[in-house]
Design a protein around this ligand. Structure first.
Ligand SMILES: *[C@@H]1O[C@H](CO)[C@@H](O)[C@H](O)[C@H]1NC(C)=O
Ligand SMILES: *[C@@H]1O[C@H](CO)[C@@H](O)[C@H](O)[C@H]1NC(C)=O
Ligand SMILES: *[C@@H]1O[C@H](CO)[C@@H](O)[C@H](O)[C@H]1NC(C)=O
Length: 573
């Protein structure tokens, strides 16, 4: 069930208990974790932190605790069915994964959802899902007590009218209509199934977990500036990794901005003391150039998805345009190519305006974006998006043979101690991403399979190990699709979703597969690949592992790749 009073129904319940804190490996979850840890320390709550990267990890944890707090995992599966916990175990779930499983919504004994209800949840009513459990075969008996209820129509819709028809609005019309009806055929043996199908077909994301816990801290009047910064990074993660719509981002940014101004008023006196560690959060209208303050302007322009796509930097013509653009800005090349930190102050002063002006001329109308920055003392300034890239690089580092949980702890630590190693790793990752994109496009590695685009990174591709990690592969996939849409002349291809596969574990002979929705300005970021992957695996008995919290990311035996893909094509054609 949904918790309505987060203080009474959640915090005051766990405050006297020993709690297991289970945290998924994403930046928003790490930020949420940091906030709840700070609250727990404040109130001396005993807890154990457990990084979990899949369902298997979760199952191992069950025996030792009664109270569980799950961050960014658990909402979108029938948790009780899956984990078979003891009857007295209680699960508090703060998770952005949508749709929320209906059993989780309606179980009020063991499941407590810390989820914003003003998000567009669209949960089917209890009656639609559970009431007819025992009399499904009573087709057509429309009379009787039921019809006197509050919802006379809608419930008894005919099967063929609901699925595949107008109710299902695919934003790239025509391409996948058939796919829906086919998928639907398999699902809709019962009316209940139909409603569930509608509800569960797309995966998407809701309000940031870090924001939810920041709100808790605020309700408890224990919120600090650090917590506020972590919540901002959590939200920014959703934007950087393209999990929420632009409208949702802008709305939530406004909420955070109100908190930022509240805090800066509260702490004005403190700030005047200007201590070295003094931390100041500011609302910025900054450039979409990744890590530019920690790089040279030139390298950042070359390696940011936004500029790289606009210039098509993988082409000679694009390189030429870039040079023209740099000339247009009127900045000395030497300055542009040297470290940002050592650029002349006079140039830095109105740099953003200069860049924006030239960018406008070159059709990059939205090179600026609303975001936040943090200043530590006088010297260090970080944009929230740069923090996201840095933490992500630490979290999925492949540099040394370190365990996932070592990487997790490092990523968690990087929120309180600025780890410059994270920034360096993030640069390497972005360079690898851009190089891979250039080579995929120049060697035509993106194939149209009919209903979707497909790109397979072969063993031996440079930096391929980096892309065995889910977040890195997803980011590559999103950037690659953007670049492809800019480079192809084929209009139909621009409307297609993309599936990418990369080697996961060479010894085990597995690949990691991720599917993303089509690239478009108005995209609602809803992803249907989770369901489609399940069906394709089932119908071909492919050896797949659906262990990731995002259902659109799976592992697959390399040998099963082609039959799995064939099934997907058939399913979605
Ligand atoms: C919640 O789930 C548990 C375990 O399946 C079950 O025993 C309990 O009756 C459920 N509660 C509700 C209200 O559905
Ligand atoms: C219909 O409602 C009446 C009273 O409201 C109740 O006694 C009866 O059992 C109900 N019948 C069915 C089939 O649910
Ligand atoms: C990214 O930056 C590196 C230098 O740090 C540069 O060698 C590379 O060419 C850049 N990428 C692109 C696509 O220009």
């Amino acid at each position: 069930m949904f918790i309505t009073d987060i203080r009474k129904e959640f915090y005051e319940v766990v405050v006297n208990q020993r709690v297991a804190l289970l945290v998924a490996p994403d930046i928003d979850a790490i930020c949420a974790c940091k906030i709840i840890q700070a609250l727990f320390h404040c109130d001396q709550v005993q807890y154990t932190l457990v990084p979990v990267s899949g369902w298997q990890d979760l199952e191992d944890m069950l025996r030792f605790y009664r109270y569980f707090v799950l961050i960014n995992c658990g909402a979108n599966v029938d948790l009780l069915e899956m984990l078979q916990p003891d009857d007295d175990s209680i699960f508090f779930i703060c998770d952005t994964h949508r749709p929320v499983d209906v059993v989780n919504v309606y179980n009020d004994t063991q499941i407590k959802l810390i989820i914003k209800q003003d998000d567009d949840l669209g949960v089917p009513s209890y009656d639609d899902i559970f009431r007819d459990e025992d009399d499904d075969n009573e087709e057509g008996s429309d009379s009787g007590n039921e019809s006197e209820g509050s919802e006379p129509s809608g419930k008894r819709r005919r099967f063929d009218e609901g699925v595949g028809g107008t109710k299902v609005r695919w934003f790239y019309e025509g391409v996948c209509d058939k796919a829906i009806s086919k998928l639907a055929l398999m699902f809709h043996s019962f009316l209940r199934r139909e409603i569930l199908f509608d509800y569960e077909q797309y995966e998407y994301h809701g309000t940031s977990a870090a924001m939810m816990f920041f709100e808790l801290a605020w309700v408890l009047t224990k919120d600090t500036k650090d917590m506020l910064w972590w919540a901002i990074i959590g939200l920014t993660d959703q934007q950087v990794h393209d999990k929420i719509t632009h409208i949702k981002y802008v709305t939530d940014i406004a909420t955070m901005q109100r908190h930022v101004s509240r805090h800066s008023h509260r702490n004005e006196d403190e700030e005047n003391s200007l201590s070295i560690d003094c931390m100041r959060i500011s609302f910025e209208y900054d450039l979409r150039l990744t890590l530019y303050q920690h790089w040279s302007l030139y390298e950042s322009i070359c390696n940011s998805s936004y500029t790289s796509c606009h210039f098509k930097l993988w082409t000679l013509n694009g390189q030429k345009k870039l040079q023209e653009f740099l000339a247009d800005m009127g900045l000395p090349l030497k300055q542009v190519r040297q470290k940002f930190n050592s650029m002349d102050m006079s140039i830095k002063e109105n740099l953003r305006d200069v860049i924006e002006e030239s960018a406008n001329k070159y059709g990059m109308k939205d090179i600026r974006i609303q975001t936040f920055g943090v200043h530590f003392g006088f010297k260090n300034r970080f944009l929230a998006s740069d923090m996201v890239h840095a933490i992500a690089a630490l979290l999925e580092s492949t540099e040394k043979e370190e365990s996932d949980s070592d990487n997790f702890i490092k990523a968690l630590d990087s929120l309180s101690r600025l780890l410059h190693s994270g920034i360096d790793l993030a640069k390497k990752k972005l360079i690898a991403v851009q190089q891979t994109i250039a080579s995929c496009i120049c060697t035509n590695l993106i194939l149209s399979q009919g209903p979707f685009l497909y790109c397979y990174l072969m063993e031996g591709t440079p930096d391929v190990r980096l892309f065995s990690k889910p977040m890195a592969l997803t980011l590559l996939c999103k950037y690659l699709l953007k670049a492809f849409v800019h480079s192809t002349r084929n209009k139909r291809c621009r409307l297609l979703p993309l599936i990418m596969a990369a080697p996961k574990d060479v010894e085990k002979g597995t690949v990691i597969v991720v599917g993303i929705p089509p690239e478009s300005e108005t995209s609602d970021k809803k992803n249907f690949f989770g369901r489609a992957f399940e069906k394709a695996a089932e119908s071909t008995s492919s050896r797949t592992l659906h262990d990731h919290f995002d259902t659109s990311i799976i592992e697959l035996k390399t040998e099963d790749r082609s039959k799995f893909l064939d099934a997907l094509v058939t399913l979605l054609s």
